[in-house]
Design a protein. Structure first.
Length: 382
């Protein structure tokens, strides 16, 4: 019988839980496993200890939840949690390795088998476990743009412009630029358009958006990424959303400081990829206790784990998206999982990020000067 640990998330304002009770019940009934849930792990997502017990899990202290051969999480372990992971354990989680040297080194040193859930590709070139959180993040980004445009004292003595995105008679609708036309960017653009903004998307592969239903339904203006288009898009803009996805490498800088002078003062910048460096040069990570700062006379919002603040919605979405993969792993073992060609679970080799003292994502291994092994070589050894 396989033992699974479900620790409580400890990152700042990270209120999600990796498995909701109904999905715990599915694993218990179908995967011959025991699930050890840390006490109150689901409380901030609206799930009680009793609900987990009724689903078949055991409620345990922190150490016992971590002291299992398989660990399920939403976000990567923090440094104070590294010692809690057993050597050789299996870790399923979003990891965001590209900017986290200490985490990458820990995975190598402790010979962790890590499945990076955000890098498992889907059949249509998407990332099925990441996609639900991308939708949440895009939606929230739009709402934060509007929130920080309100005439509230967002920083001591510093107020927002006091405008609605939609405008009214005598005032034009606000222009907001979205950099990146993937899941995050399209959801941000859709939400902003519904809120009344004029939306411009900057996208390298702009041709893919020309016939996307959102482009026409929400009257989105789509442009390729070049200096002329960046300046045109940002001229007079009140909002800027960074939505560039790089799942295994640092995010490239698309919007430079010199571009920001074209925006209106006290405009708002939200970069969803700030945990991977962000695509906007002036962005850096913030926290929910101090979410914004003023730079270039623009509000910057850089909280990295945005979906964590809508924990109920996000927990359900993450749990349901990851469940088929976790179940397949438990039923078929590592080799079967990495070779999966199920109509739902497939291309899982893309999620392998560390194995027996090696990183298996080459770009990250090279960047951090850590030992690398090709995923195909790992598969051949199993």
């Amino acid at each position: 019988m396989i033992a699974i640990g479900l620790p409580k998330e400890s990152m700042d304002a990270e209120f999600r839980v990796a498995l909701v009770p109904e999905d715990v019940a599915v694993l218990v009934q179908n995967a011959n496993c025991q699930i050890f849930v840390e006490e109150n792990a689901g409380l901030n997502s609206g799930y009680t200890n009793q609900q987990y017990q009724q689903a078949g899990a055991q409620i345990v202290p922190t150490k016992q939840a971590w002291d299992q051969p398989v660990i399920l999480k939403c976000k990567e372990p923090l440094e104070h949690e590294y010692a809690l992971l057993k050597e050789g354990a299996t870790l399923f989680s979003y990891l965001d390795l590209a900017y986290n040297t200490s985490l990458a080194r820990m995975l190598v040193d402790k010979k962790i088998l890590s499945i990076c859930t955000e890098t498992i590709p889907g059949p249509k070139g998407n990332y099925p476990i990441l996609a639900p959180m991308s939708v949440v993040a895009g939606n929230l980004a739009a709402h934060f743009i509007q929130h920080y445009l309100l005439a509230l004292e967002h920083l001591p003595g510093v107020f927002g412009r006091g405008v609605l995105l939609r405008g009214l008679a005598g005032e034009p609708q606000a222009k907001v630029v979205v950099v990146g036309g993937g899941v995050v960017g399209l959801e941000a653009a859709r939400t902003l358009s519904v809120m009344g903004a004029r939306v411009v998307i900057l996208e390298l592969d702009f041709a893919k958006l020309q016939d996307h239903p959102y482009t026409h339904l929400y009257h989105l203006e789509v442009l390729g990424v070049n200096e002329t288009n960046i300046i045109y898009a940002l001229e007079g803009a009140l909002g800027l959303v960074g939505a560039v996805l790089q799942t295994a490498t640092a995010t490239p800088k698309v919007i430079l400081r010199r571009h920001l002078k074209h925006m209106q003062k006290r405009g708002v910048i939200v970069d969803v990829a700030c945990d991977l460096g962000g695509c906007i040069e002036s962005i850096h990570q913030t926290s929910t206790s101090a979410p914004i700062y003023l730079e270039e006379d623009l509000f910057h919002y850089g909280v990295p784990n945005m979906p964590g603040i809508v924990a109920k919605t996000s927990s359900i979405a993450y749990s349901h998206a990851s469940l088929p993969y976790v179940l397949y792993f438990l039923q078929h073992g590592l080799k079967g999982f990495l070779q999966a060609k199920d109509k739902v679970v497939a291309q899982t080799l893309g999620g392998l990020s560390a194995y027996q003292g090696y990183l298996t994502q080459e770009g990250i291994a090279r960047a951090f000067d850590l030992p690398y092994k090709d995923p195909q070589e790992v598969l051949a050894q199993l």
